[in-house]
Design a protein around this ligand. Structure first.
Ligand code: C2E
Ligand code: CA
Ligand code: CA
Ligand code: CA
Length: 278
């Protein structure tokens, strides 16, 4: 048993070293990537479930590394968050999205709103609100066209602080959605006090519909909660018509997922929008 324990320990350190190496590779590569413009932003349509009209697009960052190829955000956003680099990266994503929005407004591309993901690290920054206002001012993108997706975990960590921060965005006309809803145990009493417009049901609850009755019950409960609080409810990760029919039946208001469109480059999105017959 002692032998096995030692081996397990050795295995563990090797794995941790590997992780640390990977972590430091990504951390220094992220800095270069920002300077060398290796990031780009894709936009995934969000639609009203009733008539497929445009609600907005979610801005999702991509990293095109010269040797490693396309790196998905799940493998670098958490590292950018831990190292604080998310501040610069997040500011770049916001600016890129706002500039794109201005271009689409000029070209009369119907995109609804642009929803940008903001991480807890960014929201805890005291100067973040000011930075968003400056970005809108400098790009000329209207606040009413911008939405922010904030995670449930940010809100629950310090709900009173979250209310203050989110109120400052609400005041200038920015829409607010709670991302990954259902994964973080929001208390109903806070939910009522938060100046939010929308709940976004996490895709982990949509994925196994119609096979998992628990997920169906959770999705249904979130939709009912949104309705009771007079909030929009959007389901993400909708991949099948069966899922869409379920959501329509439960009176979910908005959908996003591969069934409708993948995240698209800016040009591909404007093509997609022009060609669909709605
Ligand atoms: P998220 O905000 O929950 O985004 C949803 C993810 O689901 C996206 O993955 C999207 O491409 C993917 N998705 C959309 N429709 C479907 C579908 O029908 N089926 C499946 N299986 N997946 C679908 P992505 O783009 O890889 O992003 C992963 C996560 O990385 C995001 O989760 C978000 O937490 C983070 N992220 C992405 N872009 C940004 C960003 O610009 N800023 C920040 N702070 N985080 C970002
Ligand atoms: Ca999101
Ligand atoms: Ca999610
Ligand atoms: Ca999404």
């Amino acid at each position: 048993a002692k032998e096995a324990g030692r081996n397990t320990y050795k295995f563990y350190t090797a794995e941790m070293t590997q992780q640390a190496l990977e972590h430091s590779f990504v951390q220094s590569a992220l800095r270069d990537a920002l300077e060398q413009s290796q990031f780009f932003v894709t936009y995934q349509p969000q639609l009203r479930i009733k008539d497929y009209s445009m609600v907005g697009v979610e801005a999702l960052v991509r990293w095109q590394h010269p040797e490693r190829g396309l790196i998905p955000p799940d493998s670098f956003i958490p590292i950018a968050e831990n190292s604080g680099l998310i501040r610069e990266l997040g500011a770049w994503i916001l600016r890129t999205a706002c500039e794109q929005g201005v271009q689409w407004l000029n070209e009369q591309v119907n995109f609804g709103r642009i929803y940008v993901n903001v991480s807890a690290t960014q929201l805890h920054d005291e100067s973040f609100t000011e930075a968003v206002i400056m970005c809108l001012k400098e790009t000329g993108f209207p606040a009413e066209k911008l939405g922010l997706e904030v995670t449930e975990s940010f809100i629950m960590k310090d709900p009173q602080h979250a209310i203050n921060v989110l109120s400052s965005f609400k005041e200038i006309g920015i829409e607010l959605a709670i991302d990954d809803f259902g994964t973080g145990y929001s208390s109903l009493s806070y939910l009522k006090q938060l100046p939010i417009d929308k709940l976004k049901i996490d895709q982990s609850f949509i994925r196994d519909i119609p096979d998992d009755p628990n997920d169906m019950a959770i999705a249904e409960a979130v939709i009912a909660m949104g309705k009771a609080l007079n909030l929009e409810v959007i389901a993400e990760g909708v991949e099948s018509q069966i899922q869409a029919d379920f959501l329509l039946d439960k009176e979910c208001t908005e959908v996003q997922g591969y069934l409708y469109a993948h995240p698209l480059t800016a040009d591909a999105f404007s093509e997609w929008e022009k060609q669909r017959d709605i």
